[in-house]
Ligand binder design. Sequence first.
Ligand SMILES: [Zn+2]
Length: 248
Amino acid sequence: MPKVDELRRMIAGAENIVAFTGAGISTESGIPDFRSPGGIWTKYKPIEFGDFLASAEARRESWRRKFATHETLQQATPNAGHRALARLVEQGKMTAVITQNIDGLHRASGVPDDKVIELHGNTTYAACLDCRRRYELDWVRKIFAVDERLPVCTVCGGHIKTATISFGQSMPEAEMERAHAVTLAADLFIVLGSSLVVYPAAGFPIMAKRNGSRLIIVNRDPTDQDDMADLVINAEIGATMSRAVGVN
Ligand SMILES: [Zn+2]
């Protein structure tokens, strides 16, 4: 596989690698891509953030959906793709993993919290929308199990929501700033499993390339940014990255 050899050479020659991951890296862990045909977002209309705030029924519906898919997510474990990135972080070659995923699998694979930038938040826990206090899902589930009662913050009374960024909700400022900073410092930017259609997240590979970084795209299907990339590999991420990095 000459393309994997090229990937290995480019990784070896880089000093400041940034990964940018999307749903494709987690489908190999059994987490469905919500946007793909048959995915949950094609069956249900997404709940807009404004509706969540305005309507108790929308909040109940969002918790119903959350707990309907919760088991799948809880059982998912990191795959070879996640482990390859964790190895590169451990070696000091990879400075950050920017992710569109909300499944927490990069942290679960051993990437330290301060090296993971979750642009769309995290669905493995909840938080108060007003004071940001963290709440665990088991606590929410116990409350919701009784006549679908809605959880409210025990400190300030605010609405509690999974710690994700919903449609219509503004992007998290601190994460966006960190993602900018690491992107501008990268000499190699690797996109893994993102079709690069959701902005502003999809702007980071363009920013890296314009700033002089090399760009690699590993994805099952072609993307709109393939023309800009120095290397494009349309293959499974786990198999490709484990060969390139030497992990199982
Ligand atoms: Zn609160």
